[in-house]
Write a protein that binds this ligand. Structure first.
Ligand code: GAL
Length: 416
């Protein structure tokens, strides 16, 4: 009742500004939706929130993050909010296929005007811009470039066993029996981390070109090379702790930190956990190399922020996007988050130890860039979900042919 009468009074032009100011119902706010809640994720987001508060002291920041690495839980919540026409003011999405799906379904706004006004087209990585553009319009502001094909190591466990980091997946499998009692070769987490592992095994076994062809229909899932690679994945799982898989990626890495495991495959948000959160030292406490067979290849993904259609606080959302796109924002965020800046004019001297190594590879013109399956770059969400479901079965039964056939059928069914 109170709300109705206030609204009625607000219709009186002379009273409206006063009532809005007093009622607080239209106080400036921005609701930002991510899955960056856990240790090593939250720290990066906090940097952006701090900068946002400094630049926009009158806008309340509402952190609508939903827990769960990889974002499966968050995307499910987001989908139901979008379905109910209750979007947050900005949400996190992955450049490439995932964003393309949001664009096609009309749930995010064209940001071309904002990009033109701010001149962002000139300072953001051109390849990345392509993955956020459709029909000449650009739909999201990228904050970073993450790398997926990384094998994190426990240097002490390897040294004690007299081992160097494996350069092929079969070598990694062979190394397992040389590790001491009670040690596992590879720690693993929930299904999305298994999908992430699968993409790196496919990349290492098939090579960059054939890997890229898996997402365009040019590489067959059912031919013998792919089936062999899938069997290698099963062998790799055989030297992992999949039967006692960790509940999320941080506990997965805890097994690396405490020396239970020699290796773990994870994107470079692992850096944010190991270095930013746990304060461990690069190369002595933890090491990192390309996943076996993928030297010279950069399996990329990028987090980008959107302006959903029907956002209640679109101006505040634009203010948020300005912070995300700024050099200051990108440098503060990425040096904590373990990613590289999407801007080409960021301060490179800030990217040291692992980040320095990774930056030089990203900038090397000889590096081959491919996109991540597990993190939205290459497969539309409909297909990716089907792959993940089939993977749940494959991990249990090890039947590569059944899996390959399911993936192929799902591609046909979802690629319209
Ligand atoms: C990815 C996301 C990264 C990181 C990771 C773990 O999908 O792009 O920024 O958050 O999940 O949660």
């Amino acid at each position: 009742m109170r709300r109705r009468s206030l609204l009625a009074l607000a219709a009186t032009p002379a009273l409206a500004p006063f009532l809005i100011a007093c009622g607080g119902e239209s106080a400036a706010r921005v609701e930002v939706f991510t899955w960056w809640t856990g240790p090593g994720e939250g720290e990066g987001l906090d940097e952006l929130i701090k900068l946002f508060a400094k630049a926009n002291p009158d806008i309340e920041f509402v952190n609508a993050a939903i827990a769960g690495g990889g974002g499966d839980q968050a995307r499910a919540v987001l989908a139901s909010r979008l379905q109910a026409s209750d979007p947050p003011d900005s949400f996190q999405g992955h450049a490439g296929a995932e964003l393309a799906d949001y664009i096609d379904s009309g749930v995010i706004e064209d940001l071309s005007e904002l990009f033109d006004a701010e001149g962002w087209g000139d300072v953001l990585h051109p390849g990345l811009m392509e993955n956020l553009t459709q029909g000449g319009k650009i739909y999201a502001v990228p904050v970073n470039i993450h790398r997926a094909n990384l094998l994190w190591t426990n240097p002490t466990v390897l040294a004690d066993a007299g081992l160097e980091p494996a350069t092929s997946w079969s070598e990694l499998v062979e190394q397992a029996e040389k590790l001491g009692d009670g040690k596992i070769a590879l720690s693993i987490g929930p299904l999305w981390t298994q999908l992430h592992l699968l993409e790196t095994v496919l990349l290492g076994e098939l090579g960059a070109d054939a890997y890229a062809g898996l997402w365009t229909g040019e590489t067959s899932w059912t031919d013998s090379a792919t089936i062999d690679a899938l069997d290698t994945f099963t062998a790799v799982l055989g030297v992992s702790d999949v039967a006692q898989a960790a509940a999320d990626w941080q506990p997965q890495l805890d097994k690396l930190i405490d020396g239970t495991a020699a290796y773990s495959v994870m994107g470079d948000w692992a850096y944010s956990y190991l270095a930013t959160n746990k304060k461990l030292a690069y190369e002595s406490d933890y090491g990192v190399v390309e996943t076996p067979g993928s030297a010279g290849v950069f399996d990329y993904l990028s987090d980008a922020f959107t302006l959903p259609a029907g956002a209640k606080n679109a101006d505040s959302a634009r203010a948020w996007l300005r912070v995300c796109a700024s050099v200051e924002g990108q440098d503060a965020f990425n040096t904590k988050k373990g990613s590289l800046p999407a801007r080409i004019d960021a301060d490179q001297s800030l990217y040291t130890d692992y980040l320095g190594w990774n930056m030089s590879q990203w900038l090397d013109p000889a590096t081959v860039i491919v996109g991540s399956l597990a993190h939205g770059a290459v497969a539309r969400p409909g297909w990716k979900t089907e792959i993940e479901t089939a993977l749940g079965v494959f991990v249990t039964d090890g039947n590569a042919t059944t899996f390959a056939e399911a993936v192929t059928a799902a591609y046909k069914a979802t690629s319209g």
